[in-house]
Ligand binder design. Structure first.
Ligand code: UDX
Ligand code: UDX
Length: 454
């Protein structure tokens, strides 16, 4: 099939490259010329494991351009995956989506094109995009005869750092439209994934236990709500573990044991129960806010989702307070933060706990150093106010440090030669922000090991 993808961020790029890998003819359009040049040169603008290799394998079926005219005409499916950042009141800013829809409408010429909302949009946006498409299409001086189109929603569930795996071997595919023909086109597009008929890439092998991938084919509003409901649920699952974690600390329980014991109940499941400094990234914060904002439009409140957000915010503060309890005075103390990305295996800094913790510490007069195995360069570019506090080396970070916080559980940190660094510190306080280090081992090495929760 012929596919166009608008926006080559994490979502758009992964979608485009994966569909090209599966054999579809894909053209990705992005307004950012520099990004397009990089991608046409075979280089990936984001850090995502395996993406360079997939890009190389998919290259014969894949083109990048800044021109909608090169990308939209003839497409059976147009994915729109532009960013939808939060406006100050929490509602998503839909400017980019509007302008993308208008540009798509100006270039539609096919007998039937499905325009798919891949960006996370408020419930009801499918209808809104449909209205924009029809309006812009009607304003065209020349309208190709027999050109039809319809809007669908196809939310993504990929985790950064696992984007390729989550796209090729998903738990489910959700498609929503009020037009049966659109659903049929998307069903065809995803056949290779649904039936798992493609040869898996060597760097992302097919899981042994995967069968046919369930397809949820539903109406537009339901597909849109599934995305929000799923993300908010994952966010609140983590917040619940964090809330229990603080109680565990008070009653003298071990949160890792508690969540292990909970997670073995198959009704609960062990994933997304890891307590620590809490969630960040581009989706959980934005989607929970947007869900609350949508509900407010209907004069409805969502106290559970609201509480998940509050607990998450509190976790970042708790990290700072743990340090303050231990050091008594934060002013003038050197605190090292290990990890800047919001989670391992990505260089994405959006809503990263590390940034908030750094700012809270600076506000209390601490001297902060931050280190990340991959995200340092992006950090310097995107966070100019914090950039002077970047440590290029672990020696620099640990040297004369009063406390170190493990914020992002990069493998490099888990496998660190911790015995080498303890001697560099002024006071060997180690706050494990993710409950991933072996407390006894760290204590044997000479650290004063602290955890966020009990
Ligand atoms: C975005 C949203 O943030 C997320 O909520 C949604 O689920 C999917 O899309 P991501 O792919 O990570 O996530 O976004 P981002 O990295 O910001 O990429 C968007 C891309 O679209 C950028 O490359 C930008 O240059 C491009 N873009 C944006 C256009 O090509 N045209 C536009 O009009 C606007
Ligand atoms: C998420 C969703 O998982 C994905 O389905 C959606 O479409 C986009 O948003 P992503 O933000 O890439 O993906 O990362 P994810 O792996 O979900 O982690 C989100 C945050 O939660 C990270 O900051 C991570 O550190 C944190 N987390 C995750 C925990 O604190 N504990 C856990 O047990 C799991």
């Amino acid at each position: 099939m012929k596919v166009c993808v608008v926006g080559t961020g994490y979502v758009g790029l992964t979608t485009g490259v994966s569909l090209a890998f599966l054999g579809h003819q894909v053209t990705c359009v992005d307004l950012d010329q520099q990004k397009v040049d990089m991608l046409n040169g075979g280089r990936c603008p984001i850090y995502e494991p395996g993406m360079d290799d997939l890009l190389a394998e998919a290259a014969p079926n894949l083109t990048f351009t800044t021109s909608y005219t090169d990308a939209v005409p003839g497409a059976d499916v147009v994915f729109v995956a532009v960013q939808t950042p939060s406006a100050p009141d929490g509602s998503p800013d839909l400017r980019y989506l509007r302008s993308a829809a208008e540009s798509v409408a100006q270039n539609l010429d096919h007998s039937f094109t499905v325009v798919v909302n891949k960006s996370t949009v408020p419930i009801g946006s499918g209808n809104w995009v449909d209205a924009i498409l029809r309006e812009s299409f009607a304003q065209r001086a020349e309208r190709p005869a027999g050109c039809e189109f319809s809007v669908a929603s196809n939310p993504e569930f990929l985790r950064e750092g696992n984007a390729i795996h989550d796209t090729l071997f998903p738990d489910r595919i959700v498609i929503g439209s009020d037009n049966p023909r659109s659903l049929e086109v998307l069903n065809q597009l995803y056949r290779p994934i649904i039936n798992q008929t493609f040869t898996a890439p060597s760097f992302s092998p097919r899981p042994d236990d995967i069968g046919a991938v369930p397809l949820v084919s539903t109406d537009l509003a339901s597909a849109e709500l599934i995305k929000y409901a799923a993300n908010a649920f994952l966010a609140l699952k983590i917040s619940y573990a964090n809330e229990i974690g603080q109680l565990a600390a008070k009653v003298g329980a071990d949160i890792t044991e508690v969540t292990r014991g909970m997670g073995l109940d198959q009704r609960i499941g062990s994933r997304f129960l890891q307590a620590g400094v809490g969630w960040g990234g581009s989706c959980f914060g934005k989607d929970t806010r947007a869900l609350i904002a949508t509900a407010a439009e209907y004069n409805y409140s969502m106290p559970i989702v609201q509480a998940a957000r509050e607990v998450n915010e509190r976790q970042r503060l708790i990290a700072v307070e743990r340090l303050q309890d231990e050091l008594r005075i934060l002013k003038g103390r050197k605190i090292g933060l290990l990890g800047i990305a919001f989670k391992p295996n990505t260089d994405d800094l959006r809503d990263s706990p590390s940034l908030d913790i750094a700012n809270l510490l600076l506000a209390r007069g601490a001297r902060v150093r931050l280190h990340d195995p991959i995200a340092g360069e992006r950090f310097r570019r995107e966070q100019p106010a914090l950039a002077p506090y970047l440590s290029e080396s672990l020696d620099d970070l640990f040297d004369d440090c009063d406390a170190v916080v493990l914020v992002t559980e990069w493998a490099q940190y888990l496998e660190l030669d911790w015995s080498k660094f303890v001697g560099l510190m002024r006071t060997p306080i180690l706050l494990d922000g993710r409950h991933v280090l072996d407390a006894d081992r760290m204590a044997r090495l000479g650290y004063k090991y602290l955890a966020i929760a009990g």
